[in-house]
Each structure stands twice: as C-alpha cells, then as structure tokens.
Design a binder for this molecule. Structure first.
Ligand code: SF4
Length: 222
C-alpha cells in the first residue's frame, strides 16, 4: 500500500462492512428513478485529486445516489454542487461542475477523501464501520503528508483527532476553528456542505469561501 493508486485499488475491492456492502449494492441495483438509466458505481469510493496535494479534505461518507452512483468523491449530488464551485472560486479546481468521473474535473494541490468509503443508510456509518475504514484514511495521510487537513463536519474532525491521538478537550469542532496537528501541519474545521446545512443557511457561500481562503493562508504560512 505505498502509492495512492495501489491504495485506491485496495479500497475499491473492500468488503469488510457487511451492512454497508449490502446497502451500497442494493442502492446500486434499485436506483433512484431520476437515474434509472445510470450504471451505479456501487463500490467503496476512493480518494480523488492531486497526488502532490498539500490540502487534504475529509468528508463523511458517499451519498447513496451521489458518489455511490458516480464513483467519485462529492460527485453528482447537492453537497458536491456546493463544494466544487467553492473550490473552483478558490483555485483548487479547474471547473465548478462535478457530474461524473469523466467530466474533466482536475484538482490542484488538493485531495478529497472520506471518513467511510461506502454509502451508509441514513448517511450514518456506525462507529465500528468508521473504525474499520480508518486505516485507509491513515494511509492517505501517511502518503500525502498534507500541510492542511480540512474536516467537513464533526465526524471527520473526530476521526482526525483519533488518528493523531489527540485527547485535548480544548479541541472542539466549530466552523472556522484551526488547530495545529504537528509543527506546520494544521487542522481546519468546516461545516459539511450537506443540503441540510446549505439550505438552512447554517453554511453560507461566504462562510464556505472563507474556509478555502484560510486553507490557502495556512499553506502560504508554512
Ligand atoms: S466502509 Fe470502508 S472498511 Fe467498510 S466496507 Fe467500505 S471501504 Fe471497507
């Protein structure tokens, strides 16, 4: 498991979580009406982006009809429809659209991954499932050695604390919070760009843009 390509091949073949394997494959078989002609991915969704990235973005898990359908992180659903335009404005993505694995999207200085790689029922992976998937995230961090990890949501934040063995109760998840993981390596917190957060105004375009500006500042400060 010493390159991202090798790692991603291992991830795609993973069947360690019986509940998630059953769910992701069932969703891929039954499909949503709007995507009835689509061939769903229906497998674990690997990380995606620039192998030289200094910024690692960690989400929660694939959406049943988003990346479980398209096979690429945050692609083809409302969360991605909020995320990629922001990354494009910030200069991390060459385009704002993210519809399929062949849409020409390229990330620069950024790699996007997730806390769990298989779509969970109700978007809720169990703690056991997150624990089982964690070694893949650890390996990505080991390979990339990112200067900045942006956690999208509390679950991703807690995973990173676990990986770095941080038990400091002063480290709390809040939008825009920044913590130093090790010298010159940072953890930056953001609300997840879920439809629930963006449609209720909990996460606005401005708040999200500020996260990517901050990520760039942290890279520059290294
Ligand atoms: S969630 Fe992770 S560990 Fe579980 S089956 Fe999917 S890829 Fe494997």
């Amino acid at each position: 498991m010493n390159t991202l390509t090798t790692l991603n091949n291992i991830i795609i073949a993973c069947r360690k979580c019986p509940r998630l394997v059953k769910w992701r494959e069932e969703v891929a078989r039954t499909k949503r009406k709007a995507y009835i002609d689509h061939e769903y991915w229906g497998k674990p969704v690997p990380g995606f982006g620039d192998p030289q990235a200094r910024v690692l973005v960690v989400g929660l898990a694939p959406g049943a009809h988003g990346s479980n359908r398209t096979g690429r992180q945050f692609t083809g659903d409302a969360s991605g429809g909020f995320l990629y335009p922001a990354l494009h404005r910030a200069g991390f993505a060459n385009q704002a659209q993210a519809e399929s694995r062949s849409d020409g999207l390229i990330l620069k200085d950024m790699y996007i991954t997730a806390s769990a790689r298989c779509a969970p029922p109700d978007n809720k992976p169990s703690t056991e499932e997150l624990n089982r998937c964690q070694p893949y995230l650890e390996k990505e961090i080991q390979i990339l050695e990112p200067k900045v990890i942006v956690c999208l949501g509390r679950i991703a934040f807690e995973r990173i604390l676990k990986i770095y063995s941080i038990r400091n109760s002063a480290w709390k998840f809040s939008h825009g919070a920044v913590y130093q993981l090790i010298t010159d390596h940072w953890l930056l917190c953001s609300y997840h760009p879920s439809r629930q957060n963006t449609q209720t105004g909990k996460l606005t375009v401005k708040m999200f843009d500020d996260i990517w500006v901050k990520a760039k500042e942290l890279i520059r400060d290294e």
